[in-house]
Design a binder for this molecule. Structure first.
Ligand SMILES: *Cc1c(COP(=O)(O)O)cnc(C)c1O
Length: 427
């Protein structure tokens, strides 16, 4: 697989290099040089999830990975289902929250962990990542107990839900967590600073594991096939998929799926009040505002780092601009929709409600709608119970985590202080 840096096209790398370095020169993201169509998509859709996923990844990655190695990696990484649930006529929810940390990020995090394990054999790696909610837990669980790997997670103190936080700060072992006095942007700035610090980078063998990593993106392509595989033949003809979007990685994976032949006719990428992309689509003006805190906190992003990939596919016609919709949903509307979906007999947390609203706004009647449930409602217990005025059952993994002590250390948003701690702990 050959990947091109979208910022500096003369930089071209293999899949394994892209996984290891994450970001290219000049902050450019890597994108596959070409996306060939799969020949017999129907035959592929008839296969079981894991066997099919391995075929899709083999098609995308090419001969860099032997197929039996890839089979093993996929069998370990995708060890949980991605069912669709009919919520009303012609509208299905794709539940991506059946993994160990109850959010879709388990798919990408676990496949990335498999890739790093393979490519960095013997070498020391430190995964340094900032999380606004769900990435931290997915990455921590995916790399927990792996040899030669340490994980350092920074999160904004008091700004993520207790369930989100406890799912990674209670693990210990090779998972090191810091609660930063500051915002998610402050955490991200500390991570960026570390990646520009050659001493830290080489001593610790840094990798960021954030959503720009190509391995995470390719893993996510697989569950779109799984969603459509569960539809009848006639339903597959006019599929409209709605993706709740923050960094726009998930919707980017949907476009890649469409590019290699999955029949996704239309895509809605719906944001919360952090609406940089919908405004850009409407006006042509890229003008990020300050990030606002929302109920759907995993989408509190005003400079989506996967946008260059999405835009390159829209500009090259890989996915038609006419079939791509992006709008934003306010906080009050998010709550209304959570109640509305509840009346249909389904419990949607805020991100999922925003995806449902994307279909309500953009889907035509004859289309089959699929909206993504990106997290389990219990992960947003406080807000879901508050809005719906009902008690939620707690999945076992969550009640276990909630009962364990938080092992995070508190730090100021100060780079030199962080660097000193990292060297003391890991150097
Ligand atoms: C990360 C996340 C999103 C946003 O996904 P992007 O790929 O960043 O657009 C949506 N919902 C949940 C629950 C998430 O954790």
């Amino acid at each position: 697989m050959n990947l091109v840096n979208l910022m500096e096209p003369e930089q071209q790398v293999s899949f394994s290099e892209a996984v290891k370095i994450g970001l290219g020169r000049n902050q450019g993201v890597f994108f596959p040089e070409n996306l060939a169509a799969i020949k017999d998509v129907d035959a592929l859709l008839a296969m079981p999830f894991k066997a099919r996923s391995s075929k899709i990844l083999q098609h995308l990655i090419g001969d860099e990975l032997p197929s039996d190695t890839l089979d093993d990696m996929v069998n370990r990484a995708f060890d949980f289902p991605a069912p669709i649930v009919e919520v009303e006529q012609n509208t299905y929810c794709l539940e991506l929250f059946h993994g160990p940390t109850l959010a879709f990020k388990d798919f990408g995090g676990r496949f990335m962990s498999e890739c790093i394990g393979l490519f960095n054999q013997g070498e020391r790696v430190t995964i340094l990542t900032a999380t606004s909610g769900d990435t931290g837990a997915a990455v921590a669980h995916a790399f927990y107990g792996k040899e030669n790997v340490d994980v350092v997670i920074l999160y904004p103190k008091g700004k993520i839900s207790l369930a989100q936080q406890k799912l990674f700060t209670t693990l210990g072992n090779n998972i090191h967590c810091y609660a930063v006095e500051g915002s998610f942007d402050d955490c991200q700035a500390l991570v960026k600073h570390a990646f520009l610090d050659d001493e830290v980078k080489s001593k610790l063998g840094l990798n960021s594991a954030n959503s720009i990593n190509i391995s995470r993106l390719l893993a996510q392509v697989c569950y779109y096939f799984e969603a459509i595989a569960q539809l009848s033949q006639s339903q597959r003809e006019q599929v409209h998929v709605s993706v709740p979007s923050g960094n726009f990685g998930n919707v980017c994976a949907a476009m890649i799926a469409a590019a290699i032949g999955l029949p996704i006719r239309k895509l809605s990428a719906t944001t919360n009040q952090n609406d940089t992309v919908p405004r850009y689509m409407a006006t042509g003006d890229w003008s990020p505002n300050a990030t606002l805190e929302s109920l759907s906190n995993a989408m509190d992003v005003s400079k989506p780092n996967n946008w260059p990939r999405v835009e390159s596919m829209l500009n090259s016609g890989i996915f038609s601009k006419d079939d791509f919709y992006s709008c934003s949903v306010s906080e009050s509307r998010t709550q209304e929709v959570m109640k509305q979906v509840n009346k249909l007999g389904y419990v949607a947390e805020p991100h999922t409600a925003i995806a449902y609203e994307g279909l309500q706004i953009n889907k035509s009647e004859h289309e089959t709608g699929i909206f993504l449930a990106t997290a389990h409602p219990a992960k947003f217990k406080e807000s879901v119970e508050g809005v719906l005025e009902q008690q939620l059952d707690m999945p076992q993994v969550l009640s276990d985590a909630l009962n364990k002590p938080c092992l995070a250390e508190f730090i100021q948003a100060d780079y030199d202080g962080l660097k000193q701690r990292l060297f003391e702990k890991l150097g």
